[in-house]
Design a protein around this ligand. Sequence first.
Ligand SMILES: NC(=O)c1ccc[n+]([C@@H]2O[C@H](COP(=O)([O-])OP(=O)(O)OC[C@H]3O[C@@H](n4cnc5c(N)ncnc54)[C@H](OP(=O)(O)O)[C@@H]3O)[C@@H](O)[C@H]2O)c1
Length: 288
Amino acid sequence: MVVTGASTGMGTATARELAARGYHVLAGVRRERDADAIRADGIEPVILDITRPEHVQALVDRIAADPRRRPLRALVNNAGISVNAPVEALPLAEWRRLFDVNLFGHVAVTQALLPFLHRSGGRIVNISSVGGKVALPTYGAYAGAKFALEAVSDSLRRELTPHGVQVAVVEPGAVRTEMAGRGAATATELAEKMAPEHQQRYGGLVKAIVAHSLAFTRTGLPASKAGSIVAKAATARRPRTRYAIGRDAALLTRLTRFLPDRILDRVVAATLRAYLPEKARRVAPAVA
Ligand SMILES: NC(=O)c1ccc[n+]([C@@H]2O[C@H](COP(=O)([O-])OP(=O)(O)OC[C@H]3O[C@@H](n4cnc5c(N)ncnc54)[C@H](OP(=O)(O)O)[C@@H]3O)[C@@H](O)[C@H]2O)c1
């Protein structure tokens, strides 16, 4: 089994859950200290930044030279970063950085490991998000990459099913991990660098989104619970095409199928209004 982004959160939890179920896990981390922290019975850390071709090649070499010649059962594309900023104000370099990690990195690892998965009749589990189904304001880049990952996963599943390789998508709602805190720090840093007119237009919105995201995450499931759902997607004999994590995710993904856009816009605006700083609340239609 390969799990990317295993230094924290759902990646760590998934690696531990798979190891507890008796699998040997190659756990992707970016730093030696994270490798030392996760190394355990059944968990072998590998240095893997999914945006670096030489790391991906080293993973391929490691699997090809497996001393016990174990087949690769599953690849869990879990690594991810969170960026919240208005479409108008997010510098293109940041758009590219996010897509490099949250989309192209997964495609790169998938392409590199597919020869092994074809041989083993294995599977790919892509970690998407409710953000892959509904895009809140300031989530243009994050949700854009997750919507794309959903589409890539559908396409991949339809390409690979005839060849015996399964593809499952996991759609978490709120899960208590490092992501919200890291995302809040990035969003605040980006907001501080916004041009004055963007600050004026979106400053309140960014603050509301950060407060909403932190509050939403506090109500979330523990990472261990999410890890066991991801492990199920990676090991179930007949995996579902999609797994929601949390009732919020299951409800939201269903709602987006039935609610007209304008109604959904109002639901989103009403949800965020409670988090807007006082001044911005008076111009709340800006988020509608
Ligand atoms: N938590 C939630 O509520 C939630 C909701 C929906 C979807 N998700 C999705 O769940 C997945 C896991 O997130 P999480 O909540 O567990 O967050 P997390 O605790 O922040 O973990 C993210 C992981 O991705 C790794 N990563 C970041 N950039 C990377 C790169 N270039 N190459 C390889 N690894 C990289 C991080 O490693 P470093 O420590 O080295 O940075 C970390 O191990 C993500 O895809 C996220 O979008 C999470």
